[in-house]
Design a protein around this ligand. Structure first.
Ligand code: ADP
Ligand code: 5GP
Length: 222
């Protein structure tokens, strides 16, 4: 089977996309890192979740989340339209199934900003397509500072998110990579490297066995 394209010495094969999960306690830097990744990477698509949470100032419906009513959310969940779903910080969230599989089959990578419950469900359903990264803050005072500096949530919400951080952090051992986000540039680069490595995994190279058969046939015909 011929490679998709051949440029000088470089050959690239068709491959499955990477399902890149980025999780962390709230405020540790998921959104900032995901934004940076998306800006520099044409092959990466964000999975836009549905949520019943109220829209924050500056958020855009359809870009940051699909903001839905509880009834609409329950209907989507009960009709099997969510790949995973969970209640987080008192609100419901879920990943719409539509499109994700098509993107992965066509070799596009998809990044998911989901919590540990969603990661577990996705792992059970699509584990072989997944690469997961868990981000930690350098310290809890720093996490508190970041949540306050973000100025998007009330003190009550911030203290609930800090309490939930305890539970979220307990799941660190379920991720492929764990990074301390003390420097945004450095951590973003590390996540980009993890994605680049995931793209090269043998399991994603869908044309490789055909290419190898072809090499073997060339040897046989010598
Ligand atoms: P999350 O999506 O995990 O809730 P955000 O990406 O919204 O977190 O980050 C929370 C706040 O912390 C934002 O104001 C962001 O600019 C800031 N931040 C993120 N990473 C760092 C870092 N490495 N150093 C300092 N501030 C950071
Ligand atoms: P926020 O309200 O700050 O945007 O997100 C709160 C938490 O919900 C974060 O930990 C985020 O990762 C998680 N979250 C966002 N979307 C989803 C989703 O579709 N599924 C799951 N399981 N968690 C999500």
């Amino acid at each position: 089977m011929a490679p998709v394209w051949c440029l000088g010495e470089t050959m690239e094969f068709n491959r499955r996309g990477v399902m890149l999960v980025i999780a962390s306690p709230s405020g540790a830097g998921k959104s900032s890192i995901t934004r940076r990744l998306l800006t520099g990477d044409d092959n990466l698509t964000m999975s836009v979740s549905v949520t019943t949470r109220a829209m924050r100032e500056g958020e855009v419906d359809g870009r940051d989340y699909h903001f839905v009513s509880l009834d609409k959310y329950k209907a989507m969940r009960d009709q099997g339209k969510l790949l995973e779903w969970a209640k987080v910080h008192g609100n419901f969230y879920g990943t719409p199934a539509a499109q994700v599989d098509d993107l992965i089959v066509s070799g596009r990578d998809v990044v998911f900003d989901i919590d540990y419950q969603g990661t577990q469900q996705l792992y059970a359903k699509r584990g072989s397509d997944m690469v997961s990264v868990f981000l930690l803050p350098p310290s809890i005072p720093e996490l508190q500072e970041r949540l306050r500096a973000r100025a998007l949530d009330s003190e009550e919400t911030i203290s609930r998110r800090l309490q939930n951080a305890r539970i979220e952090i307990e799941h660190w051992g379920e991720y492929d990579y764990v990074l301390v986000n003390d420097d945004l540039d450095k951590t973003s680069q590390s996540v980009a490297q993890i994605l680049a490595t995931g793209r090269l995994a043998r399991s994603r190279q869908t044309d490789l066995s055909g290419f190898i058969k072809d090499l073997q046939a060339q040897i046989d015909s010598l």
